[in-house]
Ligand binder design. Structure first.
Ligand SMILES: [Zn+2]
Ligand SMILES: [Zn+2]
Ligand SMILES: [Zn+2]
Ligand SMILES: [Zn+2]
Length: 344
């Protein structure tokens, strides 16, 4: 029924297809222009509140699809069983004979739009929407902080690298300077000795030339006397060589370099520049929650949780007060205690 709102229900029953122009919730059917006239005059229906189809179809699909008559018996709902939390038509009532909380459905639905329960739903939706917004803001802030942190870490890595580069450059320069100086010192020692040797070599050559000349031209006596001097010179030369070979000046000088083990470790055991860690701390975000919301809704809406309330309602009726006066009391939570007090 409820989904055929676009066609006139009355005409449909007469096998005619006409578009509806208004919707009557009480008849739970759409009405065409002609049937609308009849509906507004007829005694049984003239007090029905109707709405134009244009307005009616603005309702959410979920609402349009809610059956407004009993699915089992195809009859109007008359009562509401609090125990089973369900609406009942006249025929349904048979299966709720033992249920104490049967209430006129018209009393239950009266003022439902201004009820505290409806208000609470609206407020809760606002609150949920607000919480979603706050959560999104919170997560977006985290996204931004992650991005910033990434840039910071990247800069730190590069800075560390530059620092290491500069330090290594300096160490390398220092070592090369030291190498140059050591080589220079050791080379100059050898060169100094070579100079002395060259000088001695020249002296010896000179003596050799003298000997050759003496052999050719000097007398026996001259030769004999000259030999004495030459022997002295030879002794000096031999001493010179002796002193050189016994000193460390003829040692085989070598230079070598032991590269610092810590530096070698960089390539051998330093396999990672650093470690990127993820930590996750519970954030201080707290959901906004209306105080006592749960309690209020439970009092307000006819649910299984309020059997006690249903019982007190029965008592009120028995003392002679009309139900219509009692039910609105229940719809306003603030008055809940008032009702309980009166009952006592
Ligand atoms: Zn019609
Ligand atoms: Zn009607
Ligand atoms: Zn039924
Ligand atoms: Zn029941």
């Amino acid at each position: 029924m409820a989904s055929n709102w676009s066609l006139c229900g009355v005409c449909d029953n007469r096998q005619m297809t006409k578009s509806s122009v208004i919707w009557c919730s009480e008849c739970d059917e759409g009405l065409c222009g002609d049937c609308k006239e009849h509906h507004s005059i007829s005694r049984g229906t003239k007090n029905h509140i109707t709405v134009s189809i244009a307005e009616y179809k603005k309702l959410p699909t979920e609402v349009l699809q809610i059956a407004q008559v009993c699915k089992l018996h195809n009859e109007k709902y008359e009562l509401f069983c609090r125990k089973h939390d369900c609406p009942c038509c006249k025929k349904c009532v048979k299966s709720h004979n033992d249920c104490k909380g049967l209430t006129d459905i018209n009393e239950i639905i009266k003022n439902v739009k201004t009820s505290n329960a409806f208000y609470e739903i609206e407020q809760t939706l606002l609150e949920v929407a607000e919480n979603i917004k706050r959560l999104s803001t919170n997560r977006k802030a985290n996204l931004k902080s992650l991005k910033n942190k990434k840039s910071e870490i990247e800069a730190e890595i590069k800075q560390t690298r530059t620092k290491i580069n500069h330090h290594l450059d300096k160490l390398q320069d220092d070592l090369i300077k030291e190498l140059m100086a050591v080589e220079q010192t050791e080379s100059s020692k050898i060169e100094k000795l070579l100079t002395a040797l060259k000088k001695k070599e020249n002296e010896i050559s000179e003596i050799q030339e003298n000997i050759a000349s003496i052999k050719q031209h000097a007398s026996e006596l001259q030769t004999f006397l000259a030999m004495k001097d030459i022997e002295k010179d030879i002794a000096i030369g031999e001493n010179f060589i002796q002193s050189i070979t016994t000193s460390d000046t003829t040692n085989q000088v070598n230079i070598s370099c032991q590269i610092n083990k810590s530096l070698q470790l960089i390539t051998a055991s330093v396999q990672k520049f650093g470690e990127i860690n993820v930590s996750s701390d519970p954030c201080d975000f707290s959901m906004q929650k209306r105080k006592d919301r749960q309690a209020q809704i439970m009092v307000d809406v006819p649910t299984r949780n309020i059997d006690n309330l249903s019982l007190t309602l029965q008592k009120r009726i028995n003392t002679g007060l009309s139900k219509s006066k009692v039910v609105p009391y229940f719809l306003v939570v603030g008055w809940y205690s008032l009702v309980i007090d009166k009952i006592k």
